[in-house]
Ligand binder design. Structure first.
Ligand code: SIN
Length: 277
């Protein structure tokens, strides 16, 4: 097994030669260490089955049941399916790429998932990349006064936020009852490394708590523009059978569209997290 250094923006380390069927405890520990050093990691170990994908996820934590029934794979409740054009853009009324706007997964939940894994079962030969931005670096690059200004602020996250124009699947009444608006800090401390990161989600933040709407919107616009500057971003170009894992506590991501009718089929597992602090 070989593990490279992060490629850019502290992200994108690649693991090759990982034995998906019978990993050794040493290889598992090396993976966890690599993930702490590169909060977006690509693992290349050949074809995965749902079982080996789940086994790999358990190295990093506890796979959680996908809340949204529409995304849930029928045979495995912890594996969901990501395919293109799963939603309609509220901005254009046209089909849009699922996850096409910058976001961090499930921040509208009281306990958002810690990490997400995607397995590239079918990927297009060109396009359909996934981009990641390093929110530790984005936080650390803010001016001291800016950091002081946001230190105690919290944001209200909702499933369908006032500011979001990208598609989100309809919730059933039961799913809606389980996902009321929640409040999370704008800056969170990583529970494993103690490092601080910006915690924003352009898709789900509805407003900044305790700030007038216009002031909160201006602050969010500035933070989003800052956090998505090219120097914090790494773009992952998918190869078939890539398994990518990212840490939702300190990254955002977005999917790019691709031309033509080539299918793009990714399997997804979310890893349980804890209340953001
Ligand atoms: C997602 O946002 O979870 C999907 C990312 C992708 O399809 O590349």
């Amino acid at each position: 097994m070989d593990i490279t250094a992060p490629v850019e923006a502290g992200l994108g380390a690649a693991v090759t030669g990982f034995d998906l069927e019978s990993p050794t405890p040493e290889a598992e520990e090396a993976l966890r260490r690599a993930f702490r050093g590169s909060p977006m990691l690509c693992i290349r170990g050949g074809k995965a089955t749902p079982e080996s994908f789940l086994r790999l996820a358990r190295i990093f934590g506890t796979p959680q049941r996908e809340l949204m029934g529409v995304l849930r794979d029928t045979a495995y409740s912890e594996i969901s399916l990501i395919e293109r054009h799963q939603g309609i853009s509220t901005a254009t009324g046209k089909p849009a790429t699922f996850g096409g706007q910058w976001h961090t997964d499930d921040s509208y939940m009281a306990v958002p998932c810690a990490a997400t894994m995607l397995y590239g079962e079918v990927v297009p030969p060109k396009g359909g990349d996934t981009s990641f931005t390093n929110m530790h670096l984005a936080y650390e690059a803010l001016a001291d006064e800016f950091r002081a200004r946001i230190a105690e602020l919290k944001a209200v996250h909702t499933y369908q936020s006032r500011r979001n124009a990208s598609p989100v699947p309809e919730r059933t009444p039961e799913e809606e009852a389980r996902t009321p608006p929640v409040t999370h800090p704008l800056v969170r401390t990583h529970p494993e490394t103690g490092r601080k990161a910006l915690y924003i989600n352009p898709n789900r933040i509805d407003r900044i708590a305790d700030l007038p709407l216009a002031e909160g919107d201006a602050l969010l616009d500035a933070l989003i523009a800052h956090a998505t500057k090219p120097e914090f971003v790494h773009v992952h170009a998918w190869q078939p059978d890539d398994i990518v894992i990212w840490d939702n506590r300190c990254t955002m991501h977005r999917a790019s569209p691709h031309e033509g009718d080539h299918p793009r089929r990714l399997l997804r597992i979310l890893i349980e997290g804890m209340v953001p602090e």
